[in-house]
Design a protein around this ligand. Sequence first.
Ligand SMILES: C[S@@+](CC[C@H](N)C(=O)[O-])C[C@H]1O[C@@H](n2cnc3c(N)ncnc32)[C@H](O)[C@@H]1O
Length: 274
Amino acid sequence: MTDINYDIYATKAVSNGRKIDGYGKIYFHANDYLKKIFEDVCVDRCKVLTVTGSGDQAFYLYNAGCESLDLIDINKLTMYYFYLRKWVIQYLNQFYPDEKINRFFLNNLLSKVVPKSNDEYISLEYWKLFLKNIDNINIENLFNFGMNPYINKIDDISLLRDKMGSINPRFYNKDLFEDIEGMDSDYNTIYTSNIADYKKPTVENFRPYLDNLCNLMGEYGDNVICANVLRGKPRNVEAQIFKESFVAYRIPEIEDKYISGSPGTIYTRKIIFR
Ligand SMILES: C[S@@+](CC[C@H](N)C(=O)[O-])C[C@H]1O[C@@H](n2cnc3c(N)ncnc32)[C@H](O)[C@@H]1O
């Protein structure tokens, strides 16, 4: 089986509730409160690494003026969804796809796509094959529609398109808590979303995570941005370990009809005098 054939096999399996290593449900949109987080973050002209997730984090980072962006996720399907989102922005003038990713929607969208990079070309091939297999994919179960739909919608699509320019991000299919060999070590900012919520809060888990973040930032990094979606604040082990290298800034609490608590924490690099 070629890679894309295997990815379609895995897509069908995930959509039927099976677990396949390296694959998982795709977040249709973020549940991080990005609108609020990006009121407090400046990434102007920064080199940024973000978790791919639904792609929302990436589109917010482009919108906020970052200079270059790389993406990382343990779920291989997220790159394909990122490109689908990009095409929806680029060719349909919408921020989100229609929730019914059906034959009609895909046929129309894919006919417009002109890939500009190898990853974009592979993603187009994936979605074409997806379309051929659509009757065997349970789309409702492939996506995680989650909470707070559309809180992060970016309205000025033409401005976003301008800022994205001819984007050519790099994708890493890796676990940020494990081996990150081969990645750059000069990111100014890293957006980790709430991946820390998914790990057992032990020193053994969080020590390599912190080391990875410090290595990815090298001498150049300033900020690690974490979303606090599930608990509203970082857990004790995370806070303790991060204290070694970072100063925590909690984004002010929000009181909203639908959302409450803290949208996130920005860990700022401690200044090291040499
Ligand atoms: C943190 S999750 C949850 C949703 C998130 N709050 C959002 O709004 O996007 C987002 C993405 O992180 C990825 N992820 C989770 N743990 C990871 C890890 N240790 N390394 C890399 N990616 C991870 C998941 O596969 C998922 O696509």
